[in-house]
Design a protein around this ligand. Structure first.
Ligand code: ADP
Ligand code: MG
Length: 246
């Protein structure tokens, strides 16, 4: 598994991480979300749906209806970082190259037995290998309740959320090794969501302008430096420039 852990200080920071994950997803992916009530599982899904161009106001915990399916409106809006998303060197060209057009959001909290699943339309949400149906990705809250019907750990993404203190959540992210070749995955795992120095908005780790929101913000910040609205705290010394090579 590919692993990383992030302490996120607000729902907006959580949305920025969700945006990063959204940018690396492919049709068929299953993401298990584990954490207590109020940990931030549904908040994370809302961030994913928003990042994919769906209507985030539709996203609510489907505790009473078991599943929500959100249509989403993008297939290329990925912002997947410096390497772009051109390479799709998959040996299985079937499902994973299909554009994602919906997000399934399952909350298994109230399920007691696996027999509950069939009448709920499980066969339309997942294929025979327990991957999400072609054209969709699936987020599952309380995956331990229906573990036998999901891909095994290592064949699905796992996000375990710990409630550290008011407002702060630790997101422990584990991705299947098979995702390592996907554009953006290295960035997603190696740097945290960041606040744009210019706009103060949260920025996804896979944003090509990271840590800025966009190139305009980066340019505006550079202008600030050039016009001396930033100051150094002491006079420059001769050896300041002599730090190359190390
Ligand atoms: P769950 O689906 O795990 O039961 P929700 O996402 O529905 O949890 O609720 C999480 C609550 O915690 C929301 O009210 C959200 O605003 C709040 N919250 C506070 N800090 C964070 C954070 N860093 N990430 C996610 N949610 C947070
Ligand atoms: Mg929820």
């Amino acid at each position: 598994m590919l692993r990383a852990s992030f302490d996120l200080v607000s729902p907006e920071a959580t949305h920025a991480l969700a945006q990063g994950l959204a940018s690396v997803l492919k049709s068929g992916d299953v993401i298990a979300l584990t954490g207590d009530l109020g940990a931030g599982k549904t908040t994370f899904v809302r961030g994913v749906v928003q990042a994919m161009g769906g209507d985030q106001s539709l996203v609510a915990s489907p505790t009473f209806v078991f599943v929500h399916v959100y249509p989403i409106g993008r297939d290329t809006k990925r912002g997947s970082g410096a390497t772009g998303r051109a390479k799709t060197n998959s040996t299985n060209p079937s499902s994973s190259d299909t554009a994602i057009c919906r997000v399934s959001h399952i909350d298994a909290y109230r399920l007691t037995s696996a027999e509950d699943l069939e009448p709920l339309g499980w066969d339309r949400l997942f294929d025979e290998h327990s991957q999400a149906a072609t054209g969709s990705v699936a987020f599952v809250e309380w995956p331990q309740r229906i573990a036998a019907h999901l891909p095994r750990e290592g064949e699905r993404a796992d996000i375990v959320i710990e409630h550290l203190r008011e407002g702060v959540r630790r997101f422990n992210v584990s991705l299947p090794d098979s995702w390592s070749g996907r554009a953006g995955v290295d960035l997603l795992l190696s740097r945290p969501p960041s606040v744009c120095p210019k706009t103060r908005q949260w920025v996804s780790p896979t944003n090509p302008s990271y840590p800025f929101l966009d190139e305009r913000s980066r340019g505006g910040d550079l202008y600030g430096w050039l016009t001396e609205s930033y100051k150094v705290s002491r006079a420059a010394k001769d050896d300041d420039a002599d730090n190359s090579g190390e």
